[in-house]
Design a protein around this ligand. Structure first.
Ligand code: BGC
Length: 771
């Protein structure tokens, strides 16, 4: 049975399916984003095989950025391989015509297969269609799709056109030069092309097989070449009740692939000649096995609740995170992954602060890759620091290729007062990202115990960041302290903040950690010390860090225990923000105010001070957290998908359990909810990571702060139990939480604390604790 979950339909008895029961053409883009398929290399939006108005076909390969002068660098939208055009007795299959019944389209979250079926009647012809397709998890270059067509009323003549369509653009920008297009061995259509400026070469090859019931038809296609397009055409007579199966095998290679053997064209063809011998089911089974054995086995979360909404939401979140995370270290994960053109494939602080916990506690090797990328990105970050007149490494607010200094665009949407495009200052002043990257590196080292990474790369990243901060802070004579002026904090509605509390605390942490690392290396690891000393003059840096850490201004809680978001925030007028909080539309507030006005109001875009309190919770009492929650939560309009998860976790921590669940549900609905505009340009990767964070760090109570591993769970009243596993210092730990107790077990020995009690757990011992 199908019923509505959030906005999209799901099945009551299936925790792994999201779908729709009607075509819903006005909202195609939302479903294209939601039904994204990917494998961390190749990503394809869930566009339909036949064309519709409003569609936005996108296919990306991670790490293949291209840039035109005066435009931001972006992942180029590759030639489309999803298209299949079908004519029945000369009439084009389009669900805008004729009558469609029993329509169902869904994404199986277990293995990323999209299945669509319906009956279509046009005139006297009635046919049954079933489309299936997947992006392979076992072969990163491969996409396979299959359509079964059964005439139900008459014999029909079917014409099928399928191929590689390079007339795609990134919202109008054509990143590819005209291609070499040709047929190989009478059956394989191939397109070779190249990005206009970054000169990344691509080859895409397609091969088709047709079956009538179970017998294969050996048909050579009629080739059709157009500008940037190559299609294969087939024409077949099919008798009533016989089933024609059309299978499309397609693969994509890029010249910067790490596994390239000869060249893109040859590799692409050779692979398809081999893979094309297998049938759809076998290739799907290979891919499903990787999802099962590598992914689901290593990231389990089971929620028993009054309905399966939370389970579906957390499955969906995990599905998208794993479908988008790069499998090699030269790439990062974009704020929208590869699910759409939003944010152009760029990575933000979203990776370290929101997604890192998910990857490092499930499959740490993926977190490791993301951090090696940042190590490579030191080239760009040092360039950026130098350009601003600073030292060390200043990580870009928006990151693309590792050698790029900054990839944030310069201009945004129109100012409602002046009518001119608003300048985007984030690339210049949203500098907290440099602390966030260092923070992510340290979290990874602490959680995994990966000392090799620390010695080879991690410490260097943190020290380079600390060095940047030491050069970025400025002396304020009147307070006799260092301060940090003119920044954008997490609340991007304050464009010229001074002493943004989040930033200052993060900088303080980073410089202090830098000094600690130098002390530790000098004491325990002279080889690493000497290596880094040659690059950074560590004794000079040490002195500077000690001085600047001790004299950096940190906004303390005031007499009402409120930490000022920045120097001026508390003096600004307040406004009623109910209408903006209630609105489904992000940025609704810009209908009434421009950024200059927002700059001077007590309105917060997203968790800012509250995020500081969550990340550094060991340093603040519950009372301070509660007071600041009461102060900032009502002023926060959650215009970023990064906001709800912080609120949900903090609410759970301070005993506001209903609020915590309310924020959890809001978070789940960012993409899966009824707002049909929210995901048009791609889904929200940090929001999805937030779903997992709320479940594991919030309700599951996992923290890895100063005291090591802590488990202090509290599950929502509508849940019966929560069962999950995490990896902590290389050990997989399993936790089962109910309302009255929780149990913890592992195959290895480990320690954790629950409130003030420490527990030593022996291998396979099950420790049961009453709550
Ligand atoms: C948020 C940023 C975030 C970016 C990408 C913006 O709306 O304010 O904090 O990094 O989106 O997700």
């Amino acid at each position: 049975m199908v019923y509505m979950l959030f906005g999209i339909s799901t099945k009551k008895d299936d925790d792994w399916w999201i779908g729709v029961t009607a075509l819903d053409t006005p909202h195609l883009s939302k479903y294209e984003s939601l039904m994204f398929q990917g494998n961390g290399y190749l990503g394809i939006r869930g566009s339909l095989e036949e064309h519709y108005l409003n569609e936005k076909r996108d296919m990306f390969v991670l790490g293949t950025f291209d840039k035109f002068e005066n435009e931001a660098t972006e992942l180029p939208n590759l030639p489309d391989i999803v298209n299949i055009e079908i004519q029945v007795n000369g009439k084009l299959l389009s669900l805008n015509h004729g009558e469609t019944t029993d329509y169902q389209r869904g994404l199986n979250l277990r293995n990323g297969e999209i299945i669509r079926s319906f009956n279509w009647q046009n005139g006297k012809d009635k046919l049954h269609f079933e489309f299936r397709r997947f992006v392979s998890m076992s072969n990163c270059h491969l996409f396979v799709s299959q359509v079964k067509i059964t005439p139900l009323s008459e014999n029909v003549r079917l014409q099928i056109k399928s191929g590689i369509d390079g007339q795609q653009t990134n919202s109008g920008t054509q990143h590819f030069v005209e291609a070499n297009k040709r047929l190989f061995n009478a059956r394989f259509v191939q397109m070779q092309t190249q990005t206009q400026n970054s000169l990344v070469k691509f080859a895409l090859t397609e091969y088709h097989r047709l079956f009538l019931n179970t017998s294969e038809l050996i048909l050579n296609p009629r080739l059709q070449l157009e500008r940037r397009q190559i299609f294969a055409n087939y024409s077949i007579d099919v008798e009533k009740n016989k089933c024609l199966t059309f299978v499309k095998y397609a693969d994509v290679f890029a010249s910067n692939d790490k596994d390239l053997q000869v060249n893109v064209s040859k590799d692409c063809l050779k692979q398809l000649e081999h893979v094309g011998r297998e049938d759809y089911q076998k290739l799907l089974a290979d891919s499903t096995r990787v999802w099962e054995d590598k992914i689901w086995q290593n990231s389990s979360v089971e929620i028993s609740s009054h309905n399966n909404k939370p389970q579906i939401a957390v499955n969906y979140a995990r599905y998208q995170l794993f479908a988008n995370v790069p499998r090699d270290y030269s790439k990062n994960i974009g704020a929208k992954g590869m699910t759409g053109e939003g944010y152009k494939g760029h990575a933000f602080w979203d990776t370290e602060i929101f997604m890192m916990p998910f990857f490092m506690m499930n499959i740490p090797s993926y977190a490791h890759n993301l951090l090696i990328y940042r190590y490579l990105n030191l080239i760009g970050a040092q360039k950026k620091a130098r350009q601003g007149g600073y030292h060390g490494a200043q990580f870009p607010w928006e990151a693309a290729m590792p050698e790029d200094a900054e990839s944030a665009p310069l201009w945004g949407s129109a100012d409602i007062i002046t009518g001119e495009p608003m300048k985007i200052l984030s690339g210049e002043t949203e500098i907290h990202v440099t602390g966030d990257v260092a923070f992510g590196v340290y979290q990874y080292i602490k959680n995994t115990g990966d000392q090799e990474f620390a010695r080879r790369m991690g410490y260097e990243i943190i020290l380079q960041c600390a060095k940047f901060w030491a050069s970025r802070v400025s002396w304020n004579v009147s307070i006799d302290q260092f301060e940090i002026i003119d920044v954008i904090g997490p609340d991007e509605y304050k464009e010229h903040a001074s002493n943004n509390a989040f930033t200052n605390y993060m900088v303080h942490w980073c410089m202090r950690k830098g000094a600690e690392i130098i002390t530790q290396l000098r004491r325990d690891d002279l080889i690493t010390y000497d290596k880094l000393d040659k690059k950074m003059d560590l004794s000079k840096l040490f002195k500077e860090l000690i001085l600047k850490t001790s004299k950096l201004y940190l906004p303390e809680p005031n007499n009402k225990e409120i930490i000022a978001q920045d120097d001026n925030y508390l003096s600004y007028p307040r406004i009623n923000v109910d209408k903006y909080r209630a609105s489904d539309n992000v940025s609704e507030i810009f209908r009434d105010f421009d950024l200059k006005q927002l700059d001077k109001l007590q309105v917060t875009k997203q968790a800012d001070v509250l995020l500081l309190l969550l990340l550094f919770e060991d340093d603040f009492s519950k009372d301070i957290i509660k007071k600041n929650w009461d102060y900032y939560e009502p002023k926060t309009i959650h215009d970023s998908s990064l906001s709800f998860s912080t609120h949900a976790i903090l609410a759970n921590d301070i005993g506001l359990y209903n609020k915590a669940f309310e924020y959890f549900e809001k978070n789940c609905q960012i993409d899966l909810g009824t707002n049909m505009n929210s995901s048009v340009k791609g889904i929200h990767m940090a929001g999805l990571a937030g779903t997992w964070k709320i479940v594991i760090e919030g309700f599951g109570g996992i923290r890895t702060g100063k005291e090591g591993l802590q488990i202090q769970p509290h599950i929502p009243s509508t849940w019966n139990s929560l069962k999950y596993s995490i990896v902590w210092q290389g050990k997989r730990i399993k936790v089962l939480v109910t309302h009255t107790s929780f149990s913890v077990t592992s195959d290895e020995k480990f320690e954790f604390s629950y409130h003030d009690h420490n527990y030593h757990v022996e291998p396979k011992e099950k420790v049961l604790i009453a709550i």
